[in-house]
Structures are given as C-alpha cells and as structure tokens.
Design a protein around this ligand. Sequence first.
Ligand SMILES: *[C@@H]1O[C@H](CO)[C@@H](O)[C@H](O)[C@H]1NC(C)=O
Ligand SMILES: *[C@@H]1O[C@H](CO)[C@@H](O)[C@H](O)[C@H]1NC(C)=O
Ligand SMILES: *[C@@H]1O[C@H](CO)[C@@H](O)[C@H](O)[C@H]1NC(C)=O
Ligand SMILES: *[C@@H]1O[C@H](CO)[C@@H](O)[C@H](O)[C@H]1NC(C)=O
Ligand SMILES: *[C@@H]1O[C@H](CO)[C@@H](O)[C@H](O)[C@H]1NC(C)=O
Ligand SMILES: *[C@@H]1O[C@H](CO)[C@@H](O)[C@H](O)[C@H]1NC(C)=O
Ligand SMILES: *[C@@H]1O[C@H](CO)[C@@H](O)[C@H](O)[C@H]1NC(C)=O
Ligand SMILES: *[C@@H]1O[C@H](CO)[C@@H](O)[C@H](O)[C@H]1NC(C)=O
Ligand SMILES: *[C@@H]1O[C@H](CO)[C@@H](O)[C@H](O)[C@H]1NC(C)=O
Length: 411
Amino acid sequence: MVCFRLAPVPGSGLLLLCLVLGAVSSYALELNLTDPQNATCLYAKWQMNFTIRYETTDKHNKTVTISDLGAATYSGSSCGDDQNGPKIAVQFGSGFSWIVNFTEETYSYSIDSISFSYNTNDNTTFPDAKEKGVFTVSDRVAFSVPLNDIFRCNSLSTLGKNDVVQHYWDVHVQAFVQNGTVSTKEFLCDKDKTLTTVVPVVPTTVPSPTTTPPKKEKPEVGSYSVVNSNGTCLLATMGLQLNITHDKVALVININPNTTNFTGSCHPQTALLRLSSSSIKYLDFVFAVKNENRFYLKEVNVSMYLVNGSVFSIANNNLSYWDAPLGSSYMCNKEQTVSVSGAFQINTFDLRVQPFNVMEGKYSTAQECSLDDDIILIPIIVGAGLSGLIIVIVIAYLIGRRKSYAGYQTL
Ligand SMILES: *[C@@H]1O[C@H](CO)[C@@H](O)[C@H](O)[C@H]1NC(C)=O
Ligand SMILES: *[C@@H]1O[C@H](CO)[C@@H](O)[C@H](O)[C@H]1NC(C)=O
Ligand SMILES: *[C@@H]1O[C@H](CO)[C@@H](O)[C@H](O)[C@H]1NC(C)=O
Ligand SMILES: *[C@@H]1O[C@H](CO)[C@@H](O)[C@H](O)[C@H]1NC(C)=O
Ligand SMILES: *[C@@H]1O[C@H](CO)[C@@H](O)[C@H](O)[C@H]1NC(C)=O
Ligand SMILES: *[C@@H]1O[C@H](CO)[C@@H](O)[C@H](O)[C@H]1NC(C)=O
Ligand SMILES: *[C@@H]1O[C@H](CO)[C@@H](O)[C@H](O)[C@H]1NC(C)=O
Ligand SMILES: *[C@@H]1O[C@H](CO)[C@@H](O)[C@H](O)[C@H]1NC(C)=O
Ligand SMILES: *[C@@H]1O[C@H](CO)[C@@H](O)[C@H](O)[C@H]1NC(C)=O
C-alpha cells in the first residue's frame, strides 16, 4: 500500500490518499481515500478504457484507444467537505484526466457526473490532429446507490458517444463510506442482475439490494402534497411504477418515495404535482377541471436521465384519467395503468388523489375506480344463472371492456 500526502485544499477534509497496489492491471484504477482520522471515506476499483475519435489534417477521422492508465496520479481526489461532494480525479498518460463526483441524498448517494479530458497536442497519441487542444466530455450519470452499499458492476457498461466512448467493467465503488469500513452489501447494476444486454436505465428507485430480478414487485406507496398560502391544496398517495419501452424492451422502474422530491402549484382550474429525483428531472401530473364539477388527470410530462447520458422526455396533455367530482378524492387500490404514450406507461398502486378543494389538509370522500364494474358484474352473475360458458363470455367481455376503460370513471 502506497500513501501520498496531498497538499491539503484549505478547508478540505482530505489529507491522505492511499493507493492499494497489487494485482492492479494497467487499465484499472483502485483507490482508498481516507479522511484525517485515517478512516476510509471512499473506495473504488474501476476498470476502463477509452476510444477517442478525432479529425486529422487531411480530413479523415481516426480513432485511438486508451487502455493503459499506467502510472496514474490522483491529485484532486477528495472525501469532500461541507461545500463539495467527494470526487475521484485521476491523471494519466499524456494529459488525460478522468473525474467522477458524488452527491449524498437522504437514503442514497449518487454517482453524479463523469468527465474525461484529453489533449490532442500530444502528437504521439493523436498524430496529425487537426484541432489541437484540451477537450472535455462530461456525462451526467445520476446513478443512485443506497447509502452504505457498495455499487458493483462486473458487466461491461458504455458511456458516451461519437467522439469519446468509455467502457467500464469490474466496477466497485462506494462513496460516503460509514465508520471507515467498506460495505459488504453490494448493490448490483441491472446487467449484473439479469446479465442481458439492455442498456440499464438509471434506477429512480433504490430497490433493496437483495432485490432479485426483474423489478416486478409493487412500488412503495408515497405521500405527496402541495401547499400554497391557504394551506395544503393538493394531496396524492400512490405507488408509482414507470414502464419505458425501447426497442421492444420494457424497463420497469419503481419510484422510491424516500428519494423522491415533490413540489407543485394550485390554481382554480389546474393543479400540478411535480416529482423529481437524481434520475428524474421532472415527472409532472397536471390536473384540470371539466364541466365545472369534475376533475381529471389531463397531462403527464416526464424527463428522465438515462445512464448513457441521454435524456428521455415525453409529454401528453390529452389524457383523461382519475376522473371524479370536485370536492371528492379519486381512489383506486388495484393496479391501474396511465398510458402516456406507446413508449411510456405509469402503473399506479393504492392510488388516492385530490387535486382541488382540499379541506384542512385531509382527503374528502373518495370516489372509487372499480365501483361500477363490480356492481354490474355481481347482478349479472347472480341473476343470469346461465351456463358456465355464457358467464365466461360475459366476464370476458366485461374484463375486456374494463381494460379498455382502465382508469376512466364512467358514471
Ligand atoms: C494516520 O496514519 C499515518 C500513517 O499512516 C500516521 O502518521 C497518522 O498519525 C495517522 N493519523 C491518525 C489521526 O491516526
Ligand atoms: C476496451 O474494453 C472492452 C471491454 O473489456 C473491450 O471489449 C475492448 O476490446 C477494449 N478495447 C481495447 C482497445 O482494449
Ligand atoms: C468525422 O466525424 C464527424 C463527426 O464527428 C462526421 O461529421 C464526419 O462526417 C466524419 N468524417 C469522415 C471523413 O468520416
Ligand atoms: C460534478 O461535476 C460536474 C462537471 O463535471 C459538475 O457540473 C457538477 O456540478 C459536479 N457536481 C458536484 C456535486 O460537485
Ligand atoms: C457507525 O457507528 C455508529 C456509532 O458507533 C453506529 O451507530 C452505526 O450503526 C455505524 N454505522 C454503520 C453503517 O456501521
Ligand atoms: C410495460 O410496457 C410494455 C409495452 O406496453 C408491456 O408489454 C409490459 O407488460 C409493461 N410492463 C409492465 C410491468 O407494466
Ligand atoms: C424508505 O424509508 C422507510 C423508513 O425509513 C424504510 O422502512 C423503507 O424500507 C425505505 N424504502 C426504500 C425503498 O428504501
Ligand atoms: C410539458 O412539456 C412541454 C414540452 O416540453 C411543455 O411545452 C409544457 O409546458 C410542459 N408542461 C408542463 C406542465 O410543464
Ligand atoms: C441511450 O439509450 C436510449 C434508450 O436505450 C436510446 O434511445 C438512446 O438513443 C441512447 N442514446 C445514446 C446517445 O446512445
């Protein structure tokens, strides 16, 4: 183990940096950052290589792969302090630098951003580069890991596009290490869980680390409210599961209320509930009044960060869900689906919402989603007394009808 004493940044907690040397391959970084009490605060072991494309003086594109971190230095790495989160800063080769920073939330921490810089002035690595200078690519990752868990991803993941593609594998990282002991509780990336080749979307949620694939379990129910000068004006209680379909692959993400922020606004004719988290830029539910006596969910607007650095956004302001009389709340305990687009659905569980006329911060009488269907269904089954076949047909019809009206209150 080799320790470096770094010039302490004024006010910074970091004094010492220890590199664990040993079976370290040249494309791996491995480091153990310690605080002034010599307690480990950040641990990382991370294999990587980089493919960089650049334009040459004769207008061709060349690619170069950097897979040798060689004698890396870690200047600027820090446990963080009151102002700045922890970060790993690695310098290697002829002017390469790689920085990853972390942020802490209540129940989790996030791998916030990863930035990579290279210097095309180096003629050996970048012969005939047309543009000389230092280039930096920065990707917001916003990947949440439960606090006190070590993140592990042995599978290959890819970050970036076009000019710089970063490959990572055999990743083990834990920031905000508690009590100086690196956790033994691993939080796996989706690929390690399922070993499929799907690009994992940043989990919005922090599912419990023992969660085994596929994340089909019910989401935890969250309570959200919006307050204005007159007090609480919007109430919502619900478990939310997002379903993003891309290339025929559905990515199902449970929203963890513990790591989700909420805000919103209330107006006479519209009300907004906005959820956000490290991986959800915003998820807006917009309610409206119709016929002066009913409310409904009119619009959903979502924007999420994907792990490959791109942003997934979709909006639909022509919805008609969760319809109930003003002065009451809408309730649906069974699973319902809000279909925002072909590529984006929200499954709701144990739902109750009241976007208007909230009195004393409490829900008013509930109008339930499935009331009608059940009332119709029972007399038909009891009264008809027909052969099983006919009953089956009727039920099949009703279920079919109920499905196509899922979430729509016909009264
Ligand atoms: C931390 O470790 C270094 C040597 O590894 C030692 O000199 C120093 O006294 C230790 N500091 C504390 C607070 O234990
Ligand atoms: C970079 O790493 C990936 C994953 O291990 C590997 O498939 C690829 O061949 C590597 N590239 C080079 C040039 O070493
Ligand atoms: C080089 O890459 C750029 C994108 O970075 C692309 O627009 C251009 O067409 C490429 N040139 C050649 C010759 O392939
Ligand atoms: C992390 O780094 C990115 C740029 O690389 C920066 O925009 C962001 O503010 C940093 N986050 C924190 C918490 O320092
Ligand atoms: C850290 O130490 C404190 C006090 O000794 C203890 O209460 C806490 O549970 C420990 N945390 C972990 C994650 O071990
Ligand atoms: C997600 O959406 C796809 C496509 O609409 C659907 O086939 C799949 O059953 C949905 N999964 C869940 C858990 O809702
Ligand atoms: C959320 O917090 C509650 C209370 O601290 C805890 O019981 C629950 O397990 C947490 N849920 C998740 C998904 O982390
Ligand atoms: C929803 O997204 C669209 C397109 O970005 C935007 O024009 C609209 O104002 C958004 N609505 C809300 C309520 O934020
Ligand atoms: C990122 O992944 C999403 C979903 O898999 C895909 O639609 C998008 O094209 C990807 N973006 C890039 C830049 O690779």
